[in-house]
Design a protein around this ligand. Structure first.
Ligand code: ADP
Length: 303
């Protein structure tokens, strides 16, 4: 049984559809990434899945329960890491876990027995009595992750788990999420970091304007959605050069700032041409998930 399945989900705010017919299903044990630029509808989708926002239509089954009808029962079997840390600053680390566990009706003795192992998992061993106020951003995220595990869930839902963290803190979170996957947990995460998605996710859905545009493994998306090679050209009016030679050496090009991104099946003719233009510098690399994402969702800034 799918830990979460969503069929034809729709949600409008003030007459604008922000989730416009979204369907997907998670396989047990996989990490499923919901990707999209700001405003794509990712958080609204997650909130509907958890029964925190009422959908206009569509059906959701979470942990075997229909949502929103039995959302509370479903949530008791799922771990949630929200986008913004909502730890209680008036409580210490252990108290935060205790209060959260009680919310699910877990007895104090069982919660207390779980706390040392959860803090150890979060890299916070021995910090039971430490105030939330002195924790770094990375520590707070890890404590929120530990808190999400208090009910020993099979499915974890994480909304942008590493936004705002420095590279060291991000790597530590990734390592912990990989451990959870190795233990057989299923993970649904939203992110706009392509390296995060490529590293962690077996399955990716790219969403924009309330719709899922494509779904598949990172490898499938790269192979199916984009030319295999990219030559980034910059220096000495690269955009002007790209306009002048459009279509001659590359299937497709995009301009971003002072860089021309040339997408090609075979880079050799383009590289030979560029060798005669020493003012232009180049970076030749395989296409990646970010190229797919930018092709599908565009390069314009989203607020
Ligand atoms: P994402 O998580 O992909 O950034 P969201 O689901 O947060 O996207 O938002 C999708 C759109 O819905 C945005 O335009 C946002 O402003 C709007 N939106 C989200 N929640 C509400 C709300 N409670 N009331 C009105 N508009 C909302």
């Amino acid at each position: 049984m799918a830990p979460l399945s969503v069929d034809s989900l729709r949600k409008s705010y003030a007459g604008r559809e922000v989730v416009a017919g979204v369907s997907f299903a998670l396989k047990p044990g996989e990490c499923f990434g919901l990707l999209g630029p700001n405003g794509a509808g990712k958080t609204t989708t997650l909130r509907c899945c958890l029964g925190l926002t009422a959908p206009d239509s569509g059906s959701i089954t979470l942990a075997g329960e229909p949502v929103p009808a039995r959302a509370r029962e479903a949530r008791a079997r799922v771990g949630v890491v929200p986008q913004f840390d909502n730890l209680d600053p008036d409580f210490n680390c252990a108290e935060n876990l205790l209060v959260y566990g009680r919310y699910f009706g877990i007895g104090d003795a069982l919660i207390r027995a779980r706390i040392p192992r959860l803090l150890e998992f979060a890299g916070l061993a021995g910090k039971e009595k430490t105030s939330i106020r002195v924790l770094s951003g990375g520590m707070k995220r890890r404590l929120t992750l530990a808190r999400a595990l208090i009910n020993d869930p099979d499915l974890l839902i994480l909304d942008e788990p590493t936004t705002g963290l420095d590279p060291q803190a991000r790597h530590l979170i990734w390592e912990r999420l990989k451990r959870l996957l190795a233990d057989g947990k299923t993970i649904l995460l939203t992110t706009h970091f392509m390296d995060e998605a490529e590293r962690l996710c077996q399955h990716i859905a790219i969403m924009d304007a309330g719709r899922i545009m494509v779904q598949g493994s990172p490898r499938e998306l790269i192979a199916g959605q984009i030319e295999p090679q990219v030559v980034e050209v910059y220096g000495e009016d690269a955009p002007g050069w790209a306009q002048a030679t459009a279509g001659q050496f590359s299937q497709r090009h995009e301009i971003s700032g002072e860089t021309a991104f040339c997408y090609v099946a075979d880079a050799a003719p383009l590289l030979a041409h560029l060798a005669q233009h020493p003012g232009l510098r180049t970076l030749h690399r395989p296409a990646n998930l970010e190229d797919v994402f930018l092709k599908l969702t565009g390069r314009e800034l989203r607020d």
